[in-house]
Design a protein around this ligand. Structure first.
Ligand code: IP8
Length: 260
């Protein structure tokens, strides 16, 4: 089984509120369909979630009743993005079923304390493709907070031990520094967890309440420590996802599962 996260910066334009990249999603849906692998899908919130979540300071937890409207609006917008993703998958003939995190998961000070993994297993066993997404959720200590798609990926990888975890991002993979800011950044084809420690990353230009690339590297370190190979690939380039899913050589970064 594969666990694939479709990054918010690939399926939305992060600089424009509520901008869905329909054509990119359509192609990714076709690649998933063509590869025909057992897959559990996660997607990020992009410009449907991060801008609102920042405006209402949702990741800091409950501060005042004024945030309640912001919480429900953010939920409604990530759910809307989820419907668009779902529709695209359905149009390509993938029997995807949406599993909203806020209904099956509880955090405590940003850390997961309760999660219904069974629902994913049952849908997979019946031949469906479960689809979940970065969402606003209840939080025991903070009242509420945000569960990023990366945290979901980490939890699902820990539970299901997939063959590979794939991050579909808007870069070819990992670089020695941020390629959007540093022209000397070098592409990393293969890496181990200890090599990851040496990387310098800087936050991206957009409002990202869940830490962007820096947070992603922490998530990857966790996943590879579970001995699961993790791949980062460019979702804007034709067939990178398809080729990787079918095991054909293609440009991406592979981080070997293991502690070293
Ligand atoms: O885009 C964030 O999920 P991510 C979810 O995977 C919200 O970090 C609601 C901003």
């Amino acid at each position: 089984m594969f666990i694939v996260k479709l990054g918010g910066s690939v399926i939305t334009d992060k600089s424009k509120k509520y901008f869905f990249k329909r054509q990119v999603m359509k192609r990714l849906s076709s690649e998933l369909k063509k590869a025909n692998k057992e897959t559990l899908l996660v997607h990020g919130a992009g410009s449907f979630g991060h801008i609102l979540a920042k405006e209402h300071m949702l990741n800091q937890g409950y501060k005042s009743n004024k945030q309640l409207q912001g919480f429900s609006l953010t939920h409604a917008m990530v759910q809307k993005l989820n419907s668009l993703v779902l529709e695209s998958l359905h149009d390509r003939g993938i029997a995807a079923v949406s599993i909203p995190p806020h209904a099956i998961l509880k955090l405590d000070d940003h850390k997961p304390v309760k999660m219904d993994y069974n629902i994913f297993r049952e849908y997979l066993d019946r031949g469906f493709t479960p689809l979940t997404f970065g969402d606003v959720v209840l939080d025991g200590k903070l009242g509420f907070s945000i569960c990023s798609g990366d945290l979901l990926l980490q939890m699902l990888a820990e539970h299901f031990k997939p063959e590979k975890v794939i991050f579909v991002i808007d870069e070819d993979g990992l670089y020695t520094s941020n390629p959007k800011m540093d022209k000397n950044a070098k592409f990393i084809e293969k890496s181990t967890v200890s090599e990851l420690e040496a990387l310098t990353t800087s936050s991206n230009a957009y409002d990202d309440v869940t830490k962007g690339m820096e947070g992603k590297i922490e998530t990857i370190k966790h996943i590879v420590s579970l001995e699961i190979d993790t791949i980062m690939l460019n979702g804007n380039i034709d067939n990178r996802l398809y080729d990787t899913l079918i095991g054909k050589e293609s440009k991406h970064t592979l981080i070997y599962g293991g502690k070293k």
